[in-house]
Design a protein around this ligand. Structure first.
Ligand SMILES: [Zn+2]
Length: 124
């Protein structure tokens, strides 16, 4: 039964090919999902303000790191502002980029020594 043998071989080859095509299809589907998400995010994120922070859907209280977005298309929410040596700002938890929002201004020594209160008012 030569025919049966060759049919079996053909069947095996087709099964293997089918498995490869399925795998490739799954990969392409993943990639497509990723690209679609990226397109949506690109539509949603708009940069504004002096630091070019990215904001989603017009929200202004949750800035995303511009560096991470430009470099890796990664959405990284920046933490709340805190005090750094350079001033008050936000530091990205992923790329470590520091965005100084209020640079530290050295105060005249007379005020700083005479009355520490005005200095504290500078820190929000
Ligand atoms: Zn970043």
């Amino acid at each position: 039964m030569q025919d049966l043998v060759s049919l079996r071989q053909e069947n095996t080859a087709l099964r293997e090919e089918n498995a490869i095509v399925r795998e490739e299809n799954a990969k392409l589907r993943d990639e497509n999902t990723k690209l679609n998400k990226l397109l949506t995010t690109r539509d949603e994120l708009k940069s504004s303000g002096p630091h070019k922070y990215f904001y989603k859907n017009g929200e202004t209280d949750a800035p995303y790191c511009p560096k991470c977005w430009h470099r890796d298309q990664k959405e990284v929410l920046l933490p709340a502002p805190s005090k750094f040596t350079a001033g008050v700002g936000r530091q990205c938890t992923v790329c470590d980029k520091l965005y100084v929002e209020e640079p530290d201004k050295p105060l005249p020594p007379a005020i700083a020594i005479g009355n520490p209160e005005p200095r504290q008012r500078l820190f929000r």
